[in-house]
Design a protein around this ligand. Sequence first.
Ligand code: GLU
Length: 485
Amino acid sequence: MSGRPVRVRIAPSPTGDPHVGTAYIALFNYVFAKQQGGKFVLRIEDTDQARARADSEQMIYDALHWTGLSWDEGPDVGGPFGPYRQSERRELYQHHIGVLLDKGEAYRCFCTEDRLTKLRLQQTAEKKNPGYDRHCRDLDPGASRNRAAGGEAHVIRLKVPLEGPIEFKDRLRAEPVVRDAKETDDQVLMKSDGMPTYHLANVVDDHLMEITHVCRAEEWISSTPKHVLLYRAFGWQEPEWIHMPLLRNADKNKTKISKRKHPVSINYYRDAGILPQVLLNFLGTMGWSFGGDREKFTLAEMIEVFTWDRVSLGGPVFDLAKLNWLNEQYIHELSPEALADALIAWRLNKEYLTKVIPLIQKRIKKLDEVIPLTEFLFSGDLDYAAVAADMKVPDVAPADVGKAMLELVEKLEAREGFTAAILEQETTAWYTALAWQKNHALTLLRLAVTARRASPPMFETMEVLGKEITRRRLRRAAEVISKAK
Ligand code: GLU
């Protein structure tokens, strides 16, 4: 690594809402790159077409830009190592898989799904670890090539050494990370549709993009031995490995953060009135310490004093109370002008008002009626005390109403797009399946989303409020309802 100009990257997959974990890893890569005078690259890993969502890539850019981070190279800004979107790099992966086949480091596997399923069942029955039995590993390369040329479906697997340690050094761990080759499957590198798997595409791209340090979340550390083998198979220089601790819920078991415990989308924090610089500051305190007990610092200050030595691996807790506390500190210190700007950037702007107005325009006589009528469109969490008694469905146990509401949240999450039409469609299907009356279902939703008995049209209101705040309110209301007697 020495001597090579620092180049780091984040490589999000566009599979849903932009995750705070992406901002967290982006922050550390960005800070390190800036400090070292290096480059920070954004690469879109969209080879899993089944999971990719059309709107997700743009949401990643928008959400990261909102935090204040920027990248030197990426699909949207270009750069000398492009394309930066994996779906546009298929020929490169094809070429490199050819290299591995020629070197005898990879092989074609013609095993059918059916055979693999039977194998798994047999292994489970015999209480063996499931894994590929290397049935095709020693096929004659010439014969294998001919079968492929004849159109026989196949995948391409890495020839993992049969035994011996696979070892690598992680910047944050004193001891080398060691994995026994015997426990490592002959990883699929290319799927039968000619698409690379994460492992192949990730390593080829990191190499071709001259990435010097791979800083990513700890959840990928189990993939790294396979990546190390790939670097060796190609004969390439490995990057330095840095696996950051996972963000944890503030629960007893410190489980990995999940949307069931609190929102994980960057957009939620934006819509809920967290200042972007505060989110970055907060993420900067996750696992890393500024020094002393200082928790409030700017991005520039973090860049100035940053070292990997101050990252500790004990799972950092993503504690909303702490985030809110930090936000409060910043808000109190802002000048009135700066706070006004923050409010304008948030929701007191023409763009948002233009969405709000159609909801109430026909219901007002004077301008001064707008704010009282729409105050729930400018709030985060609502107080349900005054309406909790009404949040029920006749003849349905409160716990079941709460559960049903969470099911609706899941349905909405699974669906791309958050428009009034989609919301109406999903909601109608939901209460119809439950055999609930429409007016009961809609009253329930209205109370959950607005904490009012009367509101502008429900689905339009939800659309304007946005999916993050709407979902958060539905989840909180579900909690309130479930606790009711
Ligand atoms: N595509 C992976 C992700 O979604 C990238 C992991 C890595 O940084 O290697 O996070």
